[in-house]
Write a protein that binds this ligand. Structure first.
Ligand SMILES: Cc1cc2nc3c(=O)[nH]c(=O)nc-3n(C[C@H](O)[C@H](O)[C@H](O)COP(=O)(O)OP(=O)(O)OC[C@H]3O[C@@H](n4cnc5c(N)ncnc54)[C@H](O)[C@@H]3O)c2cc1C
Length: 637
C-alpha cells in the first residue's frame, strides 16, 4: 500500500492558504443536503460539530458521557499555546513551529506543524470572542506562562482549568447549533463500528448505553474526535472512560494506525500509592514555572524534606540542563526522574517520587501570588495526599498522560479510508514522538474549528456519493458484528472481572512498553499480552445483559480492543530500533543517557495496516522530510 499524505508543495508559510484556495467549496444551499457524523464532543469533536453546524451541514454528534461538557478535555489544566508574542519575548509562528518539530524529536510532518502554529493565533481570538475567561494582566491584556520545551512564554490559561473553560466555549457554540437545528446531539451513545461502503466511510453502528439498543446512522462523511488511548496502561491521568474503541474498530475496517508506540509520560503526577488504585492525578506542567524539582544527593536519605539543607539537595534538572532547567520537555523530565529513583534517591514511601518545591517561589512572590496561579491544583494535591504543598514540597512521579499515536491522517486530516476524518488526540497528530505541553488543546481546536470545516467540504464537493440505506449489506454486516461481539462477551461467564484483566494488561504495557523499552522486554510483553488475551476470551465475567444499562459490558468491549492495541504498540516499539521522544529504547542512547535517533533508517511515520485477528499487521511507511528544521541531536542544555 502507498500512502499519499497530500502535502502540498511550495513555501511552507503559503501551503495552508493555497490549499484552502484550491479546495472545492460546497454551495451554501447544498450544505444542508449533506449529513455528517461527528463522534466525540470534546474540544476536537465539539468544535468541529459546532463549526460544521454553523456552516449549514446536517450534523449528528455522539458522545458516551451524559453531556458533551463531561468530555475528557475538561480535565486539561495548564493552558493552550499560541504564537501571539504578547510578551514581546521573541516568539513567532516560526518559533512555535520550530519548537514543536524539535520537541517532537523530528518525527512529525513539517507542513502540519507549521499550519498548527499559524492557526494557533486564531484560536485565541475565537475563544476570547466566545467569552473564555483567560487569565489577564492587571491592565486587561491576556497573560501568559511558560511550558516545557520553549524559552518564550506563549501559554494562555484560565487558572488550572483551561480545558474546562475552553470546553464550555465549544459547548456553548455546539448547543447554539443544537438549538438552531443543525446539530442533533446523541449523548450516552457509543460508536461500536464504522460502516464502509464502496471504500468510503458512510456511517457508524452505535449502542445506546442506557437502553442497550443497537442502531445505525448513515452520512456522507464521518469525523472521529474520540480522544487518546492512554488508558491501555490502566493507570493514567486520563478520564476513566477514555478508550480506543472508536479508533480501533475503524482500524479494523481499514484505517491505518500510526506510531502506536509514541506515548507520553508526564513527569508531574501524584505518585501511585497502592495496588488497588484505579486512577492517577496530574499536577499540571505549569507548576514547573515556579516549582523546583529535586531529590536528596545521598541515596536513602529519609529525612523530611524541610530538614534536608540546600547543600544536600540535587536540583538535577537545573544541574543537567542549565538552559531549560525545570522546563525541559516532558520526555526528558520523566526520564531523569526515573534515573534518580533508579539510583535509590527517590522520595516518599515507595521511593518512586521526586520533590516539586515551591518554597523559593513563595519567598520570592508571596503565598498569595502562588495561590492565584495554582490555587486549585494545590487544593487538589492536598485533598488527595493530605499534605499541604504550601508548607512541604509536592511529591511527583511520571505517569501515562497522552498518546501521540493514533489513526493515520493526511494533510486534510482524512484517514486512509476516504470520508473518514480524524481530529484531536485520536489522530496520529502533529506532535511527533513527544508532545510539548499546552499543545494538545491547540491541536484539537485547530483541527475542529479551523481545518476539518474546510477539508470535509472539499471532500464532499469532489466525491459523488450514492445514497445508501439501512438495507445495504455492509450496514447489516456491521450491525451483525457488533451484536456478535456483545453476545460473545456476555456468554463467556468466566471467573475474572474485566477490571482485573485490564489492571494486569496495563502493568505489562507499563513495565515493558512504558518509560523505557528493550527488544527483549517488548518480546516478553507481546507473549504475555497474547496469553492474557487468550485467557480473557475464556475467563472474563461480564454480568447482566446487553438490553439495558451495563457498564461491565461497556468496559469489556473497550478492554478487548486495548488488548489488540497493546500488542500493536509493542510490535511498533520493537520495530523502531532507535530512541526518539517518549519512545526510549535502552539499547539506543547517547553516552549521557539521552535518546539516540537513527534518522537514516527511522525518519518515517509507521502506519500499520490491520491483517485480521491475531495476525501481524503490515507496516506502511510515510517518509518524513525536513526542509526547514534540520534534524539534530535535541539539546536542552
Ligand atoms: C489531566 C490532564 C490535563 C491536561 N492538560 C492539558 C493542558 O493543560 N494543555 C493541553 O494542551 N493539553 C492538556 N491535556 C491533554 C488534552 O486534555 C487532551 O489531549 C485533549 O483534551 C483531547 O481532546 P479530544 O477532543 O481529542 O478528546 P476528548 O476530550 O478525550 O474527547 C473524546 C470524545 O469522544 C467521545 N468518544 C470516545 N469514544 C467514543 C465512542 N466509541 N463513541 C462515542 N463517543 C466516543 C467521548 O465521549 C468524548 O466526547 C491534558 C490531559 C490530561 C489527562
Amino acid at each position: 500500500m502507498q500512502l499519499n499524505a497530500r502535502i502540498p508543495s511550495g513555501p511552507i508559510e503559503q501551503l495552508w492558504d493555497e490549499t484552502r484556495f484550491n479546495m472545492k467549496l460546497v454551495n451554501p444551499a447544498n450544505k444542508r443536503r449533506h449529513s455528517l457524523i461527528v463522534v466525540g464532543s470534546g474540544l476536537a469533536g465539539g468544535s468541529a460539530a459546532a463549526s460544521l453546524g454553523e456552516l449549514g451541514y446536517n450534523v449528528k454528534c455522539f458522545c458516551f458521557q451524559d453531556s458533551p461538557r463531561r468530555a475528557h478535555s475538561i480535565a486539561a489544566q495548564g493552558g493552550i499555546n499560541a504564537a501571539k508574542n504578547y510578551q514581546n519575548d521573541g516568539d513567532s509562528v516560526y518559533r512555535l513551529f520550530y519548537d514543536t518539530v524539535k520537541g517532537g524529536d523530528f518525527r512529525a510532518r513539517e507542513a502540519n506543524v507549521y499550519r498548527l502554529a499559524q492557526i494557533s493565533v486564531h484560536i485565541i481570538d475565537q475563544c476570547v470572542a466566545q467569552g473564555v475567561p483567560f487569565a489577564r494582566e492587571y491592565g486587561g491584556t491576556l497573560t501568559n506562562r511558560s511550558f516545557g520545551g520553549a524559552q518564550v512564554s506563549r501559554t494562555f490559561y484560565a487558572r488550572g482549568q483551561t480545558g474546562q473553560q475552553l470546553l464550555l466555549g465549544a459547548y456553548q457554540a455546539l448547543e447554539r447549533q443544537v438549538q438552531a437545528g443543525t446539530v442533533a446531539m446523541y449523548p450516552r451513545t457509543e460508536m461500536l463500528d464504522l460502516i464502509v461502503i464502496d471504500g468510503h466511510a458512510r456511517g457508524i453502528v452505535t449502542r445506546n448505553l442506557v437502553t442497550g439498543e443497537i442502531d445505525t446512522h448513515l452520512a456522507d462523511a464521518v469525523i472521529l474526535g474520540t480522544g487518546g488511548y492512554g488508558n491501555v496502561f490502566y493507570l493514567s491521568t486520563n478520564a476513566k472512560g477514555s478508550n480506543v474503541t472508536a479508533s480501533w474498530r475503524a482500524h479494523k475496517r481499514g484505517a491505518l494506525f500510526a506510531n502506536p508506540c509514541f506515548t507520553q509520560i508526564h513527569p508531574t503526577c501524584i505518585p501511585v500509592s497502592g495496588d488497588y488504585q484505579s486512577k492517577l492525578t496530574l499536577m499540571s506542567e505549569s507548576l514547573r514555572n515556579d516549582g523546583r524539582i529535586w531529590v536528596p544527593k545521598k541515596k536513602g536519605d529519609k529525612r523530611p524534606p524541610n530538614q534536608i539543607p540546600e547543600e544536600d539537595r540535587d536540583y538535577y534538572l537545573e544541574r543537567r540542563y542549565p538552559s531549560f532547567g525545570n522546563l525541559v520537555p516532558r520526555d526528558v523530565a520523566s526520564r531523569n526522574a526515573k534515573y534518580v529513583c533508579d539510583e535509590g534517591r527517590g522520595v516518599g514511601e515507595t521511593g518512586l517520587g521526586v520533590y516539586l518545591d515551591f518554597a523559593d517561589a513563595i519567598r520570592r512572590l508571596g503565598r498569595k501570588a502562588i495561590e492565584e496561579r495554582y490555587g486549585n491544583l494545590f487544593d487538589m494535591y492536598q485533598r488527595i495526599t493530605g499534605e499541604d504543598p504550601y508548607e512541604v514540597p509536592m511529591r511527583i512521579y511520571p505517569a501515562i498522560h497522552y498518546t501521540m499515536g493514533g489513526l493515520w491522517v493526511d494533510y486534510h486530516l482524512m484517514s486512509s479510508i476516504p470520508g473518514l476524518f480524524v481530529i484531536g488526540e485520536a489522530n496520529f497528530s502533529d506532535h511527533g514522538a513527544n508532545r510539548l505541553g499546552a499543545s494538545a488543546l491547540m491541536q484539537g481546536l485547530s483541527d475542529g474549528y479551523f481545518i476539518v470545516p474546510y477539508t470535509v467540504g472539499d471532500y464532499l464537493a469532489t466525491n459523488k456519493l450514492e445514497k445508501v440505506n439501512e438495507s445495504h449489506s455492509e450496514v447489516r454486516n456491521a450491525v451483525a458484528c457488533v451484536q456478535q461481539m456483545t453476545q460473545k462477551l456476555l456468554a463467556i461467564n468466566g471467573k475474572r472481572t474485566v477490571d482485573s484483566f485490564h489492571r494486569q494488561l496495563g502493568k505489562i504495557v507499563w513495565d515493558y512498553c512504558g518509560m523505557s523499552r528493550t527488544a527483549e522486554g517488548l518480546q516478553t510483553a507481546i507473549d504475555q499480552i497474547r496469553e492474557l488475551r487468550e485467557e480473557y476470551w475464556h475467563n472474563v465475567r461480564v454480568p447482566g445483559s446487553g438490553d439495558d444499562f451495563n457498564q461491565s459490558l461497556e468496559k469489556a468491549g473497550r478492554v478487548a480492543d486495548f488488548f489488540e492495541l497493546a500488542e500493536l504498540m509493542c510490535v511498533d516499539a520493537l520495530e523502531r530500533n532507535e530512541s526518539c521522544g517518549g519512545h526510549f529504547r535502552e539499547e539506543y542512547q547517547t553516552p549521557d543517557g539521552e535518546a539516540q535517533r537513527d534518522d537514516e533508517h527511522y525518519s518515517y511515520v509507521a502506519a500499520w495496516d490491520y491483517r485480521g485477528y491475531g495476525n501481524r499487521e503490515e507496516l506502511v511507511k510515510e517518509p518524513l522530510e525536513f526542509e526547514y528544521v534540520h534534524p539534530s541531536q535535541r539539546s536542552y542544555k
